[in-house]
Design a protein around this ligand. Structure first.
Ligand code: F6R
Length: 366
């Protein structure tokens, strides 16, 4: 059932181009200008009425939600709050019939996420879900469901679920922006064309396994690593750090690059790996200045950059390049080398990649 692979995780990383293609299929109309989400029953009027969105999820799905905040606020201009379900459900959040609660859950069975969905409903909010499992509790109880078509995810560490969740979020963001008239046709076409290239670009990245393995060799001797970035890069840093922690057991911290000097930079020592994400053009220089600061303290810089980046090579000890895409979409691509890095770090440390200690695939109790 592992189809010739040693581990489900690597199989599932490799399945991402197909999972992305399947999740995209039929959802962009022939004119290349519109997103089709026939399953979403929200009317144009209901969409107009939404004043706030709460994205609620756990773990990796929460990290997908963070990307959702950037994409939706940028394209739709509705305020978005993102929260882990175990916090949201116990803090009496402000929800009413002008609120959209969007839950994200691969399994559709995570106890806290389901409870958040129910809280949204009982408070009068419209509830939408992004999930991978047809007929799951979340799918049955949400008003609207957008499925990711990633296929079964067996490895505990989530990979193809995350990238397909991002795809679903982008589709939803463009869909809402079009309905609320907050996006030009030109911007829509640009994003939708870039989205259609993503599966092929993901294929290039999953093929670059040797590179990831090389980089992993430089990380495994450390008990600590840092992931830094700004904007969407920061959200991917969080996901990269989680992947590394859960399967390699290396303590990893993700930091918004600009926050480093407010405390964490004290931990930077000679040779420590700092995975630096530099894919966002509007904050590139800002992040670069933080990278130079940690480099000056002899950190080992592993830079994740866009193809064609001419500057990073001057400071980076290792470079990982992602294919050119729309700046809003880089998380789908930049996370893939980080998944591979975590995978090889785990292998090199002799861990059980698919079943990391203390973790279960689906957390159906709180
Ligand atoms: C991390 C991971 C977990 C899940 C989280 C939510 O790799 O897999 O953090 O993302 O338990 O699970 P779902 O998406 O099934 O609600």
């Amino acid at each position: 059932e592992k189809g010739g692979y040693d581990h489900f995780m690597l199989k599932e990383i490799d399945e991402q181009p197909k999972a992305l293609r399947d999740t995209l299929r039929g959802r962009i109309d022939e004119s290349q200008r519109k997103v089709r989400l026939d399953e979403v029953k929200l009317t144009a009027k209901e969409l107009q009425d939404i004043q706030k969105i709460h994205i609620v999820a756990c773990g990796t799905a929460y990290h997908a939600g963070l990307v959702g905040k950037y994409a939706i606020e940028k394209l739709v201009r509705i305020p978005v709050e993102v929260e882990v379900a175990s916090e949201f459900r116990y803090r009496d959040p402000i929800i009413n019939d002008k609120t959209l609660v969007l839950v994200i859950s691969q399994s559709g069975e995570t106890a806290d996420t389901l409870a958040a969905l129910r809280l949204g409903k009982s408070s009068g909010a419209r509830v939408a879900a992004i999930t991978n499992v047809v007929g799951s509790s979340v799918a049955r109880e949400a008003n609207d469901v957008i499925y990711t078509w990633a296929g079964p995810e067996i490895a505990v560490a989530s990979t193809k679920a995350y990238t397909t969740q991002l795809l679903a979020i982008y589709l939803l963001a463009v869909f809402m922006a079009e309905k609320r008239n907050t996006i030009s046709v030109q911007d829509r076409v640009e994003i939708l064309q870039a989205l259609q290239m993503i599966p092929e670009q993901a294929a290039q990245l999953v093929a670059a396994k040797d590179r990831a393995k090389e980089v992993a060799k430089g990380v495994v001797d450390w008990n600590s690593a840092f992931f830094i970035g700004r904007g969407m890069d920061y959200t991917v840093a969080l996901e990269g750090a989680l992947k590394l922690k859960e399967i390699s057991y290396i303590h990893a911290e993700a930091y918004a690059a600009g926050e480093l000097k407010h405390g964490t930079i004290a931990l930077i020592e000679d040779g420590i790996p700092v995975i630096s994400l530099l894919t966002q053009p509007d904050v590139y220089e800002k992040t670069m200045s933080n990278v130079i600061e940690v480099k000056a303290r002899d950190a080992k810089i592993i830079a994740v950059v866009n193809e064609g980046d001419m500057k990073a090579a001057d400071v980076a000890d290792e470079m990982i390049t992602i294919p050119k895409t729309h700046p809003l979409l880089t998380p789908i691509l930049s996370v893939i080398p980080l998944q591979l890095l975590a995978y090889y770090a785990s292998i090199l440390r002799g861990n059980d990649v698919d079943k990391p200690r203390n973790l279960a695939k689906s957390v159906t109790v709180e």
